[in-house]
Design a protein around this ligand. Structure first.
Ligand SMILES: C[S@@+](CC[C@H](N)C(=O)[O-])C[C@H]1O[C@@H](n2cnc3c(N)ncnc32)[C@H](O)[C@@H]1O
Length: 211
């Protein structure tokens, strides 16, 4: 069993669930160790009354996650499958830790686009070694004012982008993908972004969204 418990993983997990108040409806990709759920419980960010939506594509992990949900929450929804197959528009989400650790894809962007939010705080991890994808082309084609508005959000105080791996465009386009998924329907603000090396280059980001 992969435990996802390296030093950076622990650090971003702490940041990811450092939300205001207690979540009403929260989405997690907990894997079979459920460490993000356990931490959020310890930090009193979720409790037995929080409606948990857990997502997992690997069927071997689903049963373990479901047992954990059964013993800790009154109501939950376990989605077994790719996240973009989840009918997320049935719910209103106020907190989420989308710990993908994979690349942002068109399917994921379409999925994010369907989320209904209520004063939400959303955290993400994405693998950033992407090149020449659609988002990079969008980034390159943005008009100057739009690009500046977006980049001002990225480079604001408190945001730590190191670009130590030379993945500047990948970092920008990953953040752009999240930003564009929501900007048409809600106000979205980047609170924090951090590049780190897990088994591969990763980007953690945390966003605040208001209607
Ligand atoms: C990095 S692990 C999660 C670790 C956990 N959040 C923690 O804090 O330790 C990501 C989990 O999500 C699953 N996963 C990743 N991308 C997914 C997707 N697009 N749809 C469904 N499950 C996915 C993986 O199989 C894996 O079990």
């Amino acid at each position: 069993m992969k435990t996802y418990d390296g030093v950076f993983k622990r650090m971003v997990r702490e940041l990811a669930v450092d939300w205001q108040g207690v979540a009403k409806t929260a989405v997690f990709l907990p894997s079979d160790s459920c460490l993000c759920l356990k931490l959020a419980i310890d930090k009193k960010k979720i409790n037995k009354n929080t409606f948990i939506i857990a997502v997992e594509k690997d069927y071997k992990k689903v049963k373990i996650i479901e047992n954990f949900l059964k013993s800790n929450f009154k109501n939950y929804y376990m989605h077994h499958g790719e996240i973009h197959q989840l009918n997320i528009d049935k719910f209103i989400i106020d907190r989420a830790y989308f710990d993908f650790c994979g690349q942002i894809s068109d399917n994921i962007i379409d999925f994010l686009n369907k989320i209904n939010i209520d004063d939400a705080e959303l955290s993400f991890t994405f693998h950033i070694a992407i090149r020449n994808n659609k988002l990079i082309n969008i980034l390159n084609s943005l008009n100057y004012d739009y690009l500046n508005g977006f980049k001002n959000q990225i480079y604001k105080t408190g945001i730590h982008l190191l670009y130590k791996n030379g993945y500047k465009k990948s970092v920008e386009s990953t953040l752009l993908g999240i930003y564009l998924s929501f900007i048409e329907t809600v106000n979205i603000k980047l609170q924090f972004a951090y590049e780190y090396n897990d088994t591969s280059p990763m980007l953690f980001s945390k966003w605040k969204l208001t209607n």
